[in-house]
Design a protein around this ligand. Sequence first.
Ligand code: MTE
Length: 325
Amino acid sequence: MDKIKSSEITPERVYLSRRDFLKSMGIVSASAAVLAACGPAANATADATLNPTEAPAMESEAPAATAQATTDELGDPLNSFEDITNYNNFYEFTTDKQRVAKLATDFRTSPWEVQVGGLVNNPKTYSIDDLRKFEAEERIYRLRCVEAWSMVIPWFGFPLHKLLAEVEPKSEAKYVRFETLYDKEQFPGQKTDIWYQWPYVEGLRMDEAMNDLTLMATGLYGKDLLPQNGAPIRLVVPWKYGFKSIKSIVKIDLVAEMPTSLWMAAAPQEYGFYANVNPNVDHPRWSQATERRIGELGRRASIMFNGYEEEVAHLYDGMDLSANY
Ligand code: MTE
């Protein structure tokens, strides 16, 4: 797995066009080192796939994408805007990571509403403009996909606990359930991929939802989210495998029982509710000990809770983390 095949080295032509693209965004210096060899377009097949059954990279229109930082707190460089917006998991469009961006081009994110209800004293329907009134900040997080690839992403958003405080959860509320838009006309995968129980659903325990790391993201690199990344609003839970970070949310319910996520329903023996990044517990079909950081050669060690152990380990005191959650 560690040996890079010659087919995984980005051809010079692709590399040079990436450089031009990045130059046009003014971020080539931060990213040049990591782009020098292989990119997502070059070695996508090296990764596992979360699909229990089982194109060319797109260049988005060049926005003035900027971040306030160039690395995460561990010193690792941010992935480029191009990587983050052209290598995506969004099964409602397609299971092909490099085709999501193209298929998502015309996705309508306005008007958009998010209904927040269930076991709350103050249920509320938010327009996207209402949600943009929450004070947003940049958060540099590692995203570690369960398929064993990862990126460093400069998100823009606000902590979920700020939204929950407004709707006032009742004491019976023990979990938060999130739902993605269900629209077969806009999401071809919802029409054709009958293996999955649409819409995409995810959940968090109340204390996980209230943790300050848990982010409602509306942008990245200082720009509004593009559809492929879950526009207009998505969840980001950086210490959990990426599938917990549900995209294009339209409904948030406070509930008493643990929600069944799309992945729990599709393959319960492979995907648990907690899904905390844990290099010591392998996926039934592949190791979780290492990961491929998009844009880097070789593999790097994965870290417990994706490096956020200090902030979140206490949430799981007394739980057996060696079981496959
Ligand atoms: N949300 C929805 N609605 N549909 C999806 O297919 N894929 C998940 C998650 N959120 C997914 C989703 C997975 S597996 C990952 S790794 C991340 O989104 C990828 O986010 P990114 O494409 O912005 O990197």
